[in-house]
Design a protein around this ligand. Sequence first.
Ligand SMILES: Cc1cc2nc3c(=O)[nH]c(=O)nc-3n(C[C@H](O)[C@H](O)[C@H](O)COP(=O)(O)OP(=O)(O)OC[C@H]3O[C@@H](n4cnc5c(N)ncnc54)[C@H](O)[C@@H]3O)c2cc1C
Length: 434
Amino acid sequence: MQTLLLISAESARANPGLAIGFGLLAAVAAQTGLAVVSSVRRLAQQRRQFALESERLAYEVRLAKSRWDQTEQEKSSWNGWRKFRVAEKLHECEDVFSFVLKPHDGKAIPAFKPGQYLTFGLDIPGRDKQVVRCYSLSSAPSDRDFYRVTIKKEKAPSDKPGVPPGVGSSFFADGVKDGDILNVKAPGGHFFLETEKQTPVVLISAGVGVTPVLSMAREIAAIGSERETWFFFVCRSRADHMLKAEVEQLAARCDNIRLHVCYSKPGPADVQGKDFHTAGRLTADVLKAVLPSSNYDYYMCGNGSFMKSMYEGLIGWGVPDAKIHYEAFGPATIKKTSDTPALSKAEAGGKVVNVTFGKSGKVVRWDPSLLNLLDFARANEVRIDSGCCAGSCGSCSVAVKEGEVEYLSKADPGEAGSCLTCVCRPKGDLVLDA
Ligand SMILES: Cc1cc2nc3c(=O)[nH]c(=O)nc-3n(C[C@H](O)[C@H](O)[C@H](O)COP(=O)(O)OP(=O)(O)OC[C@H]3O[C@@H](n4cnc5c(N)ncnc54)[C@H](O)[C@@H]3O)c2cc1C
């Protein structure tokens, strides 16, 4: 080649016409080369754009199909109790069981929103009254033909070892078995993820509080959503790391789901980097260290003190109140400014309001900083049964012997002569049959 060029250069020197010819040839070759490169680039870009566009279209189709299926399934919703068969009872970890439920009538079941719960009417041997309890769905709406709940058996509180363990959760753990039939109300609740959105989310849970946020993560994966998702979870150690394999598989399968696990008291055989990421409690400081910014929607569920400290940490980090969503399985511990109702007329007039718990023989001055009568009763060690804590299951209903109550926003008053203590507070002096 070199020899050829030398010969050509020499012939060009001898013949200027040939030199011009060579020059023109080189220019045409260079231009053709450039044109080829830019067409290849354009083609590659068009191919990339086409791939992105088809991915987007495929996602839209999946979303539309999922919405259509949901609308179809909503037609199969029901009022009151419906019988469900326990298709499978699974031991998840110490004191925690999952229950896969299928409709006894074999008909379709309605889709739900990830984060919602089921209400159970439990006929427990030896109890004259049905026990009503709520459990979040740990399956996803896309799991079309079954529901799944995951339940932790509540032990007696450590400061009261003599009292019996939780009635409903013990029944599930010790009494309910494969094939049993349970009374179930249709899915409900206001704590859920809007799946049509694409905004980045942080899902935070402690212990069995994982159930509603697992449903959210499962649905994000099932519909192929690419929204950035962080899944933070804390438990004591590997021994009570429930649904570990399932969550790890979700994170391994979906690039957009990132997992961070904290063990507050890792066991001697627990391996950091394999079983968990951080040793210690899950706090807002852990989120600050892991997340690239605070600009997310936060969905969290766990015990009272965990949620309170996480909420305060997030607010302290500058996260707007409206971006923090949560569900409490027990008494409310977070008080959002928007939750605090205006003082009742009696309170505003400076009048002391007394609540008498007739059966317990207690007369207590109402504390306006508490949101509802159920929390007030608990704070004063008066036991009132409870279920959904949202005014829908009716289990916290108590007869009003004297006085009146007022309901918090959007709550439906219960039967006449009684009140749903989880969503109301006294208007003035009150006597309750509790
Ligand atoms: C919307 C919602 C979703 C939920 N989702 C889930 C879920 O997915 N998984 C889950 O496991 N739970 C969930 N829960 C909690 C669940 O509904 C129950 O509250 C929980 O299982 C405890 O009910 P229990 O009948 O077992 O306990 P209860 O009988 O109500 O007892 C509660 C506690 O009180 C103690 N106790 C008993 N007697 C006394 C006494 N005399 N004095 C003081 N203490 C006493 C018991 O030992 C127990 O620790 C959810 C709750 C709500 C509101």
